[in-house]
Design a protein around this ligand. Structure first.
Ligand code: TYD
Length: 245
């Protein structure tokens, strides 16, 4: 009978078959476990000075990806989850002028952490393409470089906050602050960071340019001082090539 055929361990062949089954069971188990811990989606961030138009570009990229049938999640920093949005309000509140630069860096990192846990990782694990408006590079240039804490120090703090989760691809929309801040002040009332001096925003710009040198494989620089259509077309091309590679 069947039981005897497969489980008679005195027979060498049957023993091997049983061993084989166990091996396959283990392989399948491990693969399932790995799928649970390895992110299978793509994490794409978009960066740039205030008023660089990155939010418009992000919408363009999203439209192009959805048209190709991809499952896309658009989110932003600081914020992107309920707790993270509360932290955002504290950071950007115009009355918090006494905020220390390290407090500011820690709050951005705290908001980032919560956003990753609640929003980004679940989407990546569901095989989505996550498009995030600002991420770690904003902290590296705004707090690390422009505020003067140091890129390396802010990076280390963010390694703690993110457990090393870096974007798969970062689109950097390069717009000089003289152009960006004028655009922004025409659109809306400025928040605490946007109200900073022009020399602060110059530093942010310089910081981004440094990051492009530091991460040539991850960050793609796109000239943002052109008509929106041209910037969106370039950014979409880079993302499409990356996704379909
Ligand atoms: P936001 O209104 O989202 O600006 P934008 O639409 O230009 O992205 O405000 C975010 C501000 O916070 C912006 O001035 C950049 C700043 N910022 C940092 O300084 N560090 C960070 O880590 C992040 C994510 C943002």
């Amino acid at each position: 009978n069947i039981k005897k055929r497969f489980f008679n361990v005195n027979n060498e062949n049957n023993y091997l078959f049983a061993f084989d089954l166990r091996l396959w069971y283990n392989v399948i188990y491990i693969v399932n476990r790995l799928e649970a811990v390895i992110m299978i989606g793509k994490f794409i961030t978009i960066e740039g000075n205030d008023g660089s138009g990155k939010t418009t570009v992000l919408e363009g990229i999203k439209r192009a990806l959805i048209a190709q049938g991809f499952d896309v999640l658009v989110t932003r920093e600081p914020g992107g989850s309920e707790i993270a949005e509360k932290i955002r309000q504290v950071i950007l509140d115009k009355s918090n002028l006494a905020m220390d630069k390290r407090t500011e860096a820690l709050l951005y990192a705290a908001s980032r952490r919560q956003h990753i846990i609640e929003t980004v990782l679940p989407a990546l694990n569901a095989n989505k393409i996550v498009l995030c408006d600002r991420y770690i590079d904003s902290s590296l240039t705004y707090q690390g470089y422009a505020r003067g804490i140091g890129i390396e120090e802010v990076y280390q703090m963010n390694v703690f906050a993110t457990e090393g989760l870096l974007p798969d691809l970062t689109i950097y929309i390069a717009v000089r602050p003289s152009v960006g801040i004028t655009r922004k002040s025409k659109q809306k009332e400025l928040d605490r960071l946007e109200m900073e001096t022009i020399s602060f925003h110059e530093k942010v710009y310089e910081g981004y340019e440094k990051l492009v040198q530091m991460y040539p494989n991850r960050i793609v620089r796109i000239d943002g001082e052109r008509f929106a259509e041209a910037v969106i077309a370039d950014a979409t091309k880079v993302v499409n090539e990356f996704i379909n590679q």
